[in-house]
Design a protein around this ligand. Structure first.
Ligand SMILES: CC(C)(COP(=O)(O)OP(=O)(O)OC[C@H]1O[C@@H](n2cnc3c(N)ncnc32)[C@H](O)[C@@H]1OP(=O)(O)O)[C@@H](O)C(=O)NCCC(=O)NCCS
Length: 213
């Protein structure tokens, strides 16, 4: 179950409304050209992608066991949450139209905060481009969705994720327990970063107003 950041921010009503609107309307193709909002037509591809343990194993907030019913419900729930401005589930298609990656952005507009989980298909892992790809997703959250805080978790043995997250400048904040959909829990490494720090170190998208607050 996605958990909001440890640090608690309070958004103004205007900021909260702007974030909700951004989540409803943001174009995932900004992150990567093949990325789009996940719909019913992607359920079979997501099941295939996530059935591979090297893809989904490190991720705590995917419905399990992975099957078309649960993934279909997750896609539908994510679309409802997108309309509410609180989540965005995207898939990236390869040149054959197959689902090759996914990202799930969870947003707490009233706290101006977001979280991200995602994975690449096995043949696209160890690409040497993980840092660059993740940075585009982080930029999307800070600069397009407009949140002021991002909290990230990774399994304690997920070296690649930790590298990617720290290369982007996130601050390690120790461990936290992640609640699993089956009611259990898992220890996770935990990081946070503010938009101010992100914008000081880099800016990927030129989207106008998001650096004003
Ligand atoms: C996490 C993920 C997106 C990273 O993408 P990737 O293309 O595999 O990553 P890269 O090959 O660019 O490697 C990322 C970094 O880890 C480093 N790395 C890889 N294996 C390593 C190892 N065994 N020890 C130390 N560093 C390692 C790489 O050198 C790279 O660092 P650098 O950019 O400083 O050189 C991808 O592996 C994935 O989808 N994994 C499965 C799902 C997952 O873990 N999702 C994240 C959940 S939080």
């Amino acid at each position: 179950m996605s958990a909001p950041p440890v640090t608690v921010l309070t958004a103004t009503p205007e900021e909260e409304a702007a974030i909700r609107q951004a989540v409803r309307t943001a174009d995932p193709a900004l992150i990567s050209p093949g990325a789009r909002v996940a719909g019913p037509e992607h359920i079979a591809g997501l099941v295939e992608l996530l059935s591979d343990e090297t893809v989904s194993g490190p991720i705590y907030d995917i419905p399990r066991p992975i099957d078309a019913g649960r993934i279909g419900a997750w896609v539908a729930r994510s679309r409802r949450l997108r309309e509410a401005g609180e989540a965005l589930l995207t898939v990236t298609l390869d040149q054959n139209g197959k689902v090759a990656a996914y990202s799930r952005f969870t947003v707490w507009p009233e706290r101006s905060s977001a979280e991200l989980a995602g994975a690449q298909r096995a043949d696209r892992q160890n690409s040497g481009h993980g840092t660059e790809g993740a940075a585009r997703s982080f930029g999307f959250m800070f600069e397009v969705l407009g949140v002021r805080l991002v909290g990230l978790t990774a399994a304690t043995d997920n070296i690649r994720s930790a590298r990617v997250i720290e290369a982007a400048g996130f601050t390690p904040m120790g461990e936290r327990l992640s609640r699993l959909p089956d009611g259990g829990s898992r220890p996770s490494l935990y990081w946070e970063m503010t938009r101010e720090d992100w914008l000081t170190s880099r800016r990927l998208f030129n989207v106008g107003d998001n650096d004003k607050t």
